[in-house]
Design a protein around this ligand. Structure first.
Ligand code: FES
Ligand code: FES
Length: 219
């Protein structure tokens, strides 16, 4: 289809076929008052905005069903609706990784994900790792390597390690560093965090399993 660009409109092409605006948009180009309103004129063609949306998701093995605000983030949902405070909100804009959780096997920044987009999904948070008072081997490894100072970044770091080891049970140091590159630590515990990830990989032996240290390290 060719378009005539010589009409003196700054090079912008017209509508396909050179159709005048008045033919594409009723009322445009008509004399004032020369046309009766079309039936339904003034009604939006866009779907109505829904303030609440129904969601069904599984968090740490437990099913949750209910309505949520369309704009509610997964991070806020986990903390405010479910009381799972292990997931931290640092920057709130996808820069720090403190809010990292696993959704359907993928590591995500939960501060950027609307919980409405998780309908039908399986969500894993740091609270889901321990079995009773038995910590997960990744949590044990963080303790053994003293891989935290203030601990604010730790739940996100642990979930990033979990996501890595789930898909790559025997990572190299370089793979660990790459996998954790989206998780910042203001305390600068990076070397110990990488050591903890490698220790956890060794402890899990590629087969998964539980740990044996009492207590909780969910931040
Ligand atoms: S709080 Fe989500 S990336 Fe920082
Ligand atoms: S341990 Fe303090 S931010 Fe990482």
């Amino acid at each position: 289809m060719s378009r005539d660009r010589s009409g003196g409109n700054g090079g912008r092409g017209g509508l396909p076929g050179g159709e005048p605006l008045g033919g594409a948009f009723p009322g445009v180009g008509d004399e004032p008052g020369s046309r009766e309103p079309e039936p339904g004129a003034g009604e939006s063609a866009l779907p109505a905005f829904r303030a609440q949306v129904p969601v069904r998701l599984v968090v740490n093995g437990e099913t949750w069903v209910g309505d949520v605000p369309a704009s509610l983030t997964l991070a806020a949902f986990l903390r405010e609706r479910l009381g799972l405070m292990g997931t931290k909100i640092g920057c709130g804009e996808g820069n720090c990784g403190a809010c990292s959780v696993i959704v359907d096997g993928e590591l995500v920044y939960s501060c950027l994900v609307p919980v409405a987009a998780c309908d039908g999904s399986r969500v894993e948070t740091v609270e889901g790792l321990a079995r009773g008072d038995r910590l997960h081997p990744i949590q044990e490894a963080f303790i053994a390597e003293d891989a935290l100072q203030c601990g604010f970044c730790t739940p996100g770091q642990i979930m990033a390690v979990k996501a890595l080891l789930d898909r790559e049970p025997h990572p190299t140091r370089e793979q660990v560093v790459a996998a954790l590159s989206g998780n910042l630590c203001r305390c600068g515990a990076y070397t110990r965090i990488v050591q903890a990830a490698l220790r956890a990989a060794g402890a899990l032996g590629g087969a998964g399993g539980g740990g044996g240290v009492s207590g909780a390290a969910t931040g």
